[in-house]
Write a protein that binds this ligand. Structure first.
Ligand SMILES: [Zn+2]
Length: 159
């Protein structure tokens, strides 16, 4: 299945050669509900905290193994979402943040790697488009609806 070594020459695509549906400038003004803030912040304000961002993953981390499971990958981006972002989602949401990310156009694979770190396979997205994907996932109201079982089967009501 996975071919190790393949993909290590991946570089983040640049506009206009990327596959992004949207870019950062399209989403900076989106208001993202956040229970921890007095007033719901815009996506730009969330980025401004430094608690949220993306960066291209090092080629040496293109694949990873969780516990003794199969190798996962390839991953292209790391997304971090630290303390200022916690209020944007419920831990037991009916749709988890990684699931919301995985549903976005251009995203092939998401692994919620750590409390504040997601690894994302999205070879065709540039950095700006990856940020737009993050904004759309955080805007998804389902991530703020408690009652999920933490990753089991979720009935999807297609938009
Ligand atoms: Zn792009």
């Amino acid at each position: 299945m996975s071919v190790f070594g393949k993909g290590d020459d991946w570089k983040p695509p640049q506009r206009p050669d990327c596959a992004c549906r949207e870019h950062e400038e399209d989403v900076l003004g989106l208001v993202i509900p956040n229970a921890d803030w007095d007033a719901d912040p815009t996506f730009a304000e969330l980025l401004g905290t430094g608690s949220l961002g993306v960066s291209a993953i090092d080629a040496s981390e293109r694949f990873m193994t969780v516990l003794d499971g199969p190798s996962l990958g390839p991953f292209h981006w790391v997304m971090w979402a630290a303390d200022e972002i916690y209020g944007c989602y419920e831990d037991d949401a009916v749709v988890s943040v990684d699931r919301a990310l995985a549903e976005q156009a251009g995203v092939e694979l998401v692994e919620w790697y750590d409390r504040e770190e997601f690894r994302i396979g999205a070879a065709g997205l540039c950095r700006s488009g990856m940020l737009a994907v993050v904004a759309r996932a955080l805007q998804d109201p389902r991530i703020r609806v408690a009652g999920g079982d933490g990753g089991g089967a979720v009935v999807q009501d297609g938009a």
